[in-house]
Design a protein around this ligand. Structure first.
Ligand code: GTP
Ligand code: MG
Length: 208
């Protein structure tokens, strides 16, 4: 369980993000605070899941309307690692210029953020696999960025429907991927799946 979760800063670009460099490490052996980011379509529940993980409903700003998070938000967890809330991609009503701006912000963050340890791609468990998510995952793969898939809003489906949707998703992934990424099933509303997610993050931290 997370003990301390503190908001650090909101940044409009990766260039302004807080340095995760651990003081004292020599240039040749630079060490960084591990960083984990939540990404996905607008309104999928990124900010809500961060709040559920941290047991603080006010930590990250959430909204029923898509397009709430528009900056790169850093949270320091237990003084050991960063959790990052990113803006959503693909919000149709946002307008071309805004969408393009967010797309660049996200892409630059993914490609340039050396601290980034693992990306969590959030997908709504109620929907069939969406092209925009699959394309984004392929893009992460092409760029060698490790990621996991997190199904959100599991409370909205019955057990059988949930299992069958996840099965459909896995089959779709296996058409392009040789190996499936780690998959988590969560609900921010019911606080399910959050301990598994944390255990996974801690297991990666333990290897660094
Ligand atoms: P943007 O910042 O706009 O990209 O959205 P986001 O992905 O951060 O979504 P946010 O966390 O703001 O949640 C969007 C809406 O979904 C809100 O109305 C939340 O209450 C709702 N929501 C999020 N997670 C869950 C969940 O696990 N279950 C249910 N039932 N609703 C959820
Ligand atoms: Mg958000």
């Amino acid at each position: 369980m997370i003990k301390y979760a503190n908001f650090v800063i909101s940044s409009p670009d990766v260039a302004q993000c807080p340095s995760g460099l651990i003081a004292g490490s020599k240039p040749a052996e630079q060490r960084y605070i591990p960083e984990y980011a939540f990404i996905g379509r607008s309104n999928v529940g990124k900010s809500s899941l961060i709040n559920a993980l941290c047991h603080n409903p006010k930590l990250a700003k959430t909204s029923q309307k898509p397009g709430k998070t528009l900056l790169i938000n850093h949270f320091l967890i237990d003084n050991k690692w960063h959790l990052v809330d990113l803006p959503g991609y693909g919000y149709a009503q946002a307008g071309q210029t805004q969408r393009e701006k967010l797309r660049r912000m996200i892409e630059r963050y993914c490609l340039l953020r050396q601290e980034l340890t693992n990306m969590f791609v959030l997908v709504d468990c109620r929907l069939e696999p969406q092209k925009i998510d699959l394309e984004f995952m392929n893009w992460l793969g092409e760029n060698g960025i490790p990621f996991s898939i997190v199904f959100t809003k599991a409370d909205k489906l019955g057990k059988d429907r949930l299992a069958s949707n996840i099965d459909i998703y896995k089959r779709q992934l296996m058409e392009t991927w040789e190996e499936l990424p780690p998959i988590f099933i969560t609900s921010a509303e019911k606080n399910t799946g959050t301990e598994e997610l944390l255990a996974y993050i801690e297991s990666i931290n333990a290897t660094l």
